[in-house]
Ligand binder design. Sequence first.
Ligand SMILES: NC(=O)c1ccc[n+]([C@@H]2O[C@H](COP(=O)([O-])OP(=O)(O)OC[C@H]3O[C@@H](n4cnc5c(N)ncnc54)[C@H](OP(=O)(O)O)[C@@H]3O)[C@@H](O)[C@H]2O)c1
Length: 348
Amino acid sequence: MTGPAHILVTGATGAVGSTVMRALQATGRHVHGVGRRSGMANHSAWYAGRQDPPPELRRSWDAIVHCAADTRWNLPDDEAMQANVAPLRAILSLADSATQFIHLSSSFATGLHGDVVVSAREAYRNSYEWSKAAAERCVRAERDGADIVRFPLIIGSRTDGALDRYSGFFWVLAALCSGAVPALVAREDGLLDMVSTDDVAQHVVSLLDSGTSQGHRLSVLGRGADAQSVKQAFDTILDALNSWRTDNDVAPLERPPYITPQQWNRFYLPFIEEWLDRVQLTRVAAFRGYQDYLSIAEPFDVTTQVPDTRATLRRSVLRWAETHADAARRTPKPWSARQGRGNSGGRR
Ligand SMILES: NC(=O)c1ccc[n+]([C@@H]2O[C@H](COP(=O)([O-])OP(=O)(O)OC[C@H]3O[C@@H](n4cnc5c(N)ncnc54)[C@H](OP(=O)(O)O)[C@@H]3O)[C@@H](O)[C@H]2O)c1
């Protein structure tokens, strides 16, 4: 075994933290996990940022891998800061100057200007990006040395597509199966960069193997300019869903049409809005946050290019369908004006 012996992993019950835990345990290191709720052995339930740390965490750590976060895009600004910066400060207080501190961030923390240095809220697409950028600035301000690891959308394990927790993006799969979205509001040629949880875990292991950094070391994982286009990714997703549906005697899904965000926001939505019922309007609002991420033209400037992700995406979708069979076998309800009851003033 090389590298640190006693390692604290926060967010250990989450999609990324659980994979990081397993990868570190496989190297023979002593790993202790933290989450808000209780988890497996060698795990402490601690609501960081709201509670004092439990006694077992107040010890000297050779390394801390900070994976805990609230990844929701739609939290009010103050709640996002409370969810992503306050816990970080509490976890930083457990590190001493010899602790190797590895902070997991997001490629999207660079917001609309491609950098985390701007603190203005308008420079970010949503409160999640804004709070993740603030967290990076906090790590740099509080630590002389630290690793910051950014990565884009997370998909499952490279071997079998498994993911310990499904969040954000996987809602799109359920939406495709239920017909919750009438069209893909996206740029077909946009880049949809993604990495496997295994890629992040392997990178964390390699950072620990290489030892504490002098100063701040930034890694950006992803495919960069070789990322799948939105069209390629959705072709893979639909092919995988339809292969699962065929094997389970469910009619295949039709390919929804692509509409650019400009067309949708300027032309379609203003005209159909008054015909949509409350449920449809809620879905439209929920899907609004995805438009930005399905319309990215500029590749991320990666420092570590991960292997091709197409087969992993297919495995992840198949695995999602296996574990969410009720959602995966739904029949999409078509959207029509007749379905909407209207919401404009006076229309009842
Ligand atoms: N998911 C993605 O697509 C993606 C993409 C880019 C970057 N990232 C980054 O990767 C990291 C891990 O994300 P993830 O997808 O694994 O998140 P996740 O699946 O939602 O898991 C979040 C984890 O953080 C814990 N947690 C949250 N707030 C906490 C607090 N105040 N105190 C203690 N534990 C807390 C949760 O504990 P409980 O389970 O007990 O609630 C859970 O273990 C985050 O930094 C995220 O920003 C994620």
